[in-house]
Design a protein around this ligand. Structure first.
Ligand SMILES: NC(=O)c1ccc[n+]([C@@H]2O[C@H](COP(=O)([O-])OP(=O)(O)OC[C@H]3O[C@@H](n4cnc5c(N)ncnc54)[C@H](O)[C@@H]3O)[C@@H](O)[C@H]2O)c1
Length: 219
């Protein structure tokens, strides 16, 4: 008699899709960090960029980079090939397996990061969040933001961390202008909250996830 295997949780399935390259990545905020990351991801995955500034969406669609670190000819090639496109239509977040938040966090009063952009992005994600998504916070913020701000908002949608969706944090993968510190060189830093589940993650997924980040240090 053969043992019946239960299907993997949706949260594990997203890691499998990252492992085999079939995941679709969404990047919210296409500034210095977001456009550089999105161009990098687009080399491996179909990537959608979400940006509220329509002029930036138009520039990307025309293959024109407005960020020094991102070469226009590479961008144009990614756009032409259909691997990367930009939009201000946030409903398309529903089509993404992995959503990366790269919105600004200017210092506000009392020199704490102003979370209003992260809160807006969180609302955009909540409106489209579904089982089997990984959300990565790349914006620089104070420790606790992932656990105290993002997680409760997502759980309020009736989804469970590590079973239905995954959450990660990575504040320092892009150093604008620094040619010696490049996104692919940065060691693996992503870690789901539950280590037990991460062990079930396919090895290839971990290799792909080198370009994602970890959640623990900034929780
Ligand atoms: N992860 C890293 O490696 C790393 C490195 C340096 C800085 N950062 C942090 O990344 C964040 C972004 O920095 P940046 O320099 O790219 O900022 P930026 O101002 O250059 O770009 C942010 C972009 O987000 C867009 N935006 C704002 N709200 C949005 C929303 N709700 N939906 C869609 N788009 C939205 C803006 O129009 C802008 O184009 C900051 O918190 C910064 O401190 C991260």
């Amino acid at each position: 008699m053969s043992a019946t295997r239960s299907p993997p949780d949706p949260a594990i399935q997203v890691l499998e899709r990252l492992g085999d390259g079939s995941a679709r990545i969404g990047v919210i905020g296409l500034g210095y960090v977001g456009l550089a990351l999105a161009s990098e991801f687009a080399g491996k995955f179909e990537t959608l960029g979400f940006e509220i500034d329509v002029k930036r969406v138009d520039a990307i669609s025309a293959g024109r980079s407005y960020i020094g670190d991102v070469d226009s000819s590479l961008l144009a090639q990614l756009v032409r090939s259909g691997r990367f496109r930009a939009s201000d239509d946030m409903t398309q977040l529903a089509d993404c397996d992995c959503v990366v938040i790269c919105v600004p966090t200017p210092l506000g009063q009392s020199r704490r990061p102003d979370l209003s952009y992260i809160l807006a992005a969180t609302r955009q994600i909540c409106a489209q969040l579904h089982r089997g998504q990984l959300v990565v916070l790349e914006s620089t913020t104070y420790p606790g933001t992932t656990d105290e701000v993002l997680l409760p908002s997502f759980e309020a949608m009736g989804l469970k961390l590590d079973e239905d969706f995954l959450l990660a944090f990575s504040p320092e993968r892009v150093d604008p202008g620094n040619k010696d510190y490049r996104i692919p060189d940065i060691p693996l830093r992503f870690m789901p909250r539950s280590c037990a589940r991460s062990i079930r993650c396919p090895r290839r997924a971990w290799q792909r996830l080198r370009s994602f980040g970890k959640t623990r240090s900034a929780r």
